[in-house]
Structure formats: C-alpha cells, structure tokens
Design a protein around this ligand. Structure first.
Ligand code: PPS
Length: 571
C-alpha cells in the first residue's frame, strides 16, 4: 500500500504560486530573454508540471555528462535523456552564469525564469553516439542535434510562471498531478499506459485491452501530441481517431490523456524515459513493444536498434524505476477464426492477414479499400479526410525557363484546361502578376530573384496545403532556390517542375517584348541568358521542347504528366 500512496500523492512541480507568478512576470520583463523553440516549449512544460521529475531545470554540465555517459544524473539518479537548453553562440556570449533569463513562448509570453548555473559547449558527436547510438543524421534526433539545435547549452534551475498555452483538446490534457488525482478519485490502483504516436487500429485495441486484462489493470491511452517523428499523421487527426477507438473499450475501464512530449525516437533510452515520465503520471505498468520509439533506418539502410533492445533495457531498470513493463505482443488477424491473436501463439497452416504501415499509406493515397478487420470505419474515414487520394490533393506546377520561352502562355493554357475539368480551384502565379502584386519593390539581383521565388513558393505551398492547384511561371534561374521551394511544397502535395526548354537563341530571335535587344545594348542589366546565369534543371518532372510545336500541344503534355502522376483523373 506504500506504493499506492506514492502513486496517488502529488509530485513536485516547479511553478510558483499565482501571486508570485504575477509579480515575477513583471520583474522578468527586464531580464535578457530567450525565445523558446517548439521542442524547448515541450520540454519546459514537462519540467514545470513534474513530468520530468526529479529534474528541476535544464541539465547542468555535470548532470549532462552523467546522463550522456551512463544515464545517470551527477547524484546517481537514473535519467536517460539529456534535457538541455540549446542556444545560439550570440545569445550565449551575451549572458553569464549567475544571471537569470526569461524564457518566452513564440508569442513572447514569459513562461519561466532560468537561473543560469552552467554554460557549456557540448560534444554533439559524442552525444549522438552515446544517446542515439550513432552519429548519423538519418536519425531524426541526430539531425536535430546537428542541424537545428544551437551550439551552446545553458543549464540551471527553472522557476515556473505559467504553462504553455494550448487551445486544442483542452479537456484531454492532464498534468501528472491531475492524472494522479483522477486515478485516486476513480480508485484505479493499477494503471497500464500505452504510448503511441500513430493512429490506433484494431490490432492496437486488441493488444492494449489484453495487456490491461492480463495485469488486471485499468488502461490509459497516453498518446504523444508534442513532437513526433517527421512525417507522422498530425496530432489533430490522431486525437479524433483515438476518440473513435475509445468507444470500443468496455466503459469505465479505459481513459485517454494527451502528453505534450517532444519525442527523440531514441529506442531503448527513450523507452526508459517514457517509463519514468509515466511513473510520474501515476501509472504502474507500461507497455513496451517491438522496436519501441524506433527512428527507422540508418544511412546504410539498417535498423538503428535491435527489435527488443528497448524491452531489454527497460527490464534492466524496471525495479529501480518502480514501473512494471508489459511486453507488447505482436497481434495478427487470423482469418479462419476472424479474430486477433498474438503472432507467437498461432499454429502452422492458418491464414494470417496483415497490412503494413507502408501499405496503409499507399491505400489511403490511392483511395483503395481498407478492410474492416484491419481498422474501425470511423478511424478510416478520419484518415481519409486528412489524406485524400492524390487526385483530390493540392499540387503545384512550377514552370521555369528563359524570358520569352513561352512559360506564361503554356501556363495560361494549362490553367484554362484544368478549370474546364473542374474539381479544384486553380491559381496562376505568373512572373508578371507576382512582380506586380507581391514583389513590386524587387529587382533582378540574385538576392532579389531568390526572394521573389521564395514568395511564390510560399503562396504556392499554402494553396497546395489547402487542396488547390498553384501554377507558377517565373524564370527561377537558380537551382538551389527551386529545390528549396520544392521542399516547402512537397510536405503538402506534389511539386511538378516543368522546364520550358526553348533555347536562348530562339527566345532572342522571337524577342516578343523587345527586351533581348535592350539587353544586348546593355540598356537592361543582369538579363537572364544574356548577362545573368540560368541553371538548367537537371531532373524536372517534364521538359518541354517548344521547337515547332503549338501551345495547346505543350499544355496537353503537362496534363498527361499530371495524369500519370495520379494528380488528375477519374473520380
Ligand atoms: S525571376 O528571375 O524568376 O525572379 O524573374 P521573373 O519574376 O520571372 O521576371 C522575369 C520577367 O521580368 C522581365 N525582366 C527580366 N527578366 C530577366 N532578367 C532581367 N534583368 C529582367 N528585367 C526585366 C522579363 O520580361 C521577364 O518576363 P518573362 O515573362 O519571363 O518574359
């Protein structure tokens, strides 16, 4: 019963009282301040509300070294993950240990005060090797460490002023103490938690319910809504999916709470970290599956961790952590018996059905059937709403080529043909239109051209995100800039680069606007193809040779390309 009392008793938070907070906030306005990154905001929230108990702030250098080297703070306490405040060199140079700084959210609201005790430059290669298992940027956290995180870490205790603001799913968010109080109120003594960053399907429902039954515990679905693996289904969609699955458990056995954690995908160390966080939330049992918090493949195409490394490490520290591991059974559907069963309990000769994550994404992308044995109809329709098939998603067609190559004319013809087909709104971002409405102050230096293209890319990415078709037709002479725009857009939909490959000789011969003549006479400076560079696209989705062919034919070729990419076509 001692453990039960501990499990329900409040754990320490780092917040000051309401009155002190108001006062501190006013005083903190004069302190040097650091604008927290999204990941730092997640870390700070769990530091302040006790989710990262026993941490009292961002790690000091001594604690950091202990955590990196052997998963222990300087005083010997088990803690597997470096929780550090990474800052720019410039900011680090502007402050001194001994000083207090204000930590602000992205709108400038002061959330906490950090009393700096330590300022140090970490050995990131070592951190990567020790914590994540390899200094390989195919690992999302290693990539973050090298390419996003600042070079200097600040350590020291935190004084919490207010939690970060959340406007979404407020009723589903609980601090560790709120969950503890909830379990106490309901008389839940044994609680098994399920950690997830993916939508739940039938197999998950089966396995979590079985896990709860086996340890005679109540069940907490505890999904991460802070930061997960890049490319995951967004948390808004996932939470709507989870709510649909929640109805499938017997009433009063199961609850759900959202965890604002920024995951690192650190496999074994992450599993131990997750366990400690759940323990802080009043949980007694924790489900650890195959490849728990796995980061995917390394740059040699192999797994970073063995499939059961996380279970092994968790088991090693289970007693010290005071939370019991429930090993995840891999559940598969047995067709003959129309039910899910643990894969290791199935005899030879029966038909086992399975749909992998990749296959599920393919079926969603192509609008194909997803059977009822695999998932719940409500979950599937939520996923379909968020990930419509390609033929209903937005996309961008990006023409590039010399002035007078025919970009605008072909782009116009394409727009009209797409409007004739209907279904999605179409916007033409022609060079002239953009330079009039978005970029009227810009000239033709490299810097200005890049700015112009980035603006076009931004507007096109918004259109693409919202399910429309953006047709862009600037010269866009620089390959690196075109690539940056492609990357912005591809997170929302397809980017179709069309090189209008009319030669400079032909453009000059046509000289529709008389600009080439002026350029030759030196009356227009920095003229693309005459006195300014043009990087020929190396791998465009389509290259149009306009020599001796009419506009209609060119536009037709683009349409055929779009069709072959699945972007337009039969309903
Ligand atoms: S860029 O490089 O992508 O930002 O250029 P863009 O916005 O497409 O603008 C190109 C049009 O501007 C006219 N123009 C020039 N083009 C190239 N170089 C110089 N120095 C220049 N000065 C003016 C020209 O008419 C281009 O129009 P298009 O429609 O391409 O013929």
């Amino acid at each position: 019963t001692k453990t039960m009392q501990n499990q329900h008793a409040p754990i320490p938070e780092l917040y000051v009282s309401h009155e002190s907070a108001q006062k501190l906030k006013v005083e903190a306005a004069d302190l040097p301040s650091w604008d927290l990154t999204p990941r730092q905001i997640c870390d700070l929230e769990l530091l302040m509300n006790g989710g990262f108990n026993p941490l009292k702030g961002f790690l000091s250098e001594e604690d950091y070294n202990g955590v990196v080297d052997n998963m222990r703070l300087a005083d010997g306490t088990l803690w597997p993950m470096p929780i550090t405040l990474d800052v720019s060199q410039k900011f680090a140079d502007s402050i001194e240990p001994g000083q207090d700084i204000a930590l602000r959210d992205q709108e400038g609201v002061i959330l906490a005060i950090l009393s700096i005790t330590d300022r140090f430059t970490p050995n990131k290669a070592k951190e990567a090797e020790k914590v994540f298992g390899a200094d390989d940027i195919a690992h999302p956290a290693v990539n973050y460490l090298h390419n996003v995180a600042g070079p200097v870490y600040l350590g020291g205790p935190i004084i919490g002023i207010q939690p970060p603001m959340h406007y979404d799913f407020r009723a589903r968010r609980d601090t560790p103490n709120e969950l503890r109080a909830y379990f106490r109120k309901l008389g839940w003594r044994k609680v098994v938690a399920f950690q997830t960053r993916n939508p739940l399907h039938r197999a998950h429902q089966e396995l979590t319910f079985r896990a709860a039954k086996e340890c005679q515990a109540n069940l907490l679905i505890h999904p991460v809504v802070g930061m997960t693996k890049p490319g995951d289904v967004d948390h808004f969609t996932r939470v709507r999916c989870y709510e649909a699955v929640l109805d499938k458990y017997p009433a009063a056995t199961t609850t759900m709470s959202l965890l604002p954690l920024a995951m690192r995908m650190a496999g074994p160390r992450e599993a131990v970290w997750h366990g400690l966080i759940r323990k802080n939330h009043g949980v007694t049992h924790f489900i650890v599956g195959r490849d728990h918090a796995g980061p995917g493949k390394n740059s040699a195409g192999e797994d970073f961790y063995g499939p059961y490394d996380a279970q092994d490490l968790f088991k090693e520290f289970e007693e010290e952590m005071g939370i019991e591991m429930v090993p995840f059974k891999h559940m598969v559907y047995v067709q003959e018996r129309a039910q899910y069963e643990p894969a290791d309990e199935i005899e030879e000769g029966v038909t086992v059905l399975n749909i992998s994550g990749t296959e599920l994404r393919r079926r969603l992308a192509e609008g194909l059937e997803i059977p009822d044995w695999f998932s719940f109809p409500d979950v599937v329709s939520e996923l379909r709403r968020t990930r419509p098939p390609r033929s209903k998603q937005g996309f961008t067609v990006f023409f590039t080529g010399f002035s007078g190559s025919g970009k605008s004319t072909i782009a116009n013809a394409l727009m009209v043909k797409l409007m004739e087909m209907g279904g999605r709104p179409v916007t033409l971002l022609d060079g002239d239109i953009v330079r009039k409405n978005l970029s009227s102050e810009l000239g033709f230096s490299k810097e200005h051209r890049d700015l112009n293209i980035r603006r076009i890319g931004y507007v096109a990415s918004e259109i693409t995100k919202n399910g429309g078709i953006a047709i862009c037709a600037p010269i866009a002479p620089y390959a690196t800039t075109r690539r940056a725009v492609r990357e912005d857009i591809e997170s929302y939909g397809a980017f179709v680069e069309v090189h209008v490959a009319t030669t400079i000789e032909e453009c000059e011969k046509r000289d529709r606007k008389g600009l080439y003549k002026l350029a030759r006479e030196g009356k227009i400076k920095e003229f693309t193809g005459i006195s300014d560079p043009y990087d020929v696209p190396e791998n465009p989705e389509l290259r149009l040779d306009t020599d001796g062919v009419d506009v209609d034919y060119c536009a037709q070729q683009v349409l055929l390309k779009l069709e072959s990419m699945g972007l337009i076509g039969a309903e």
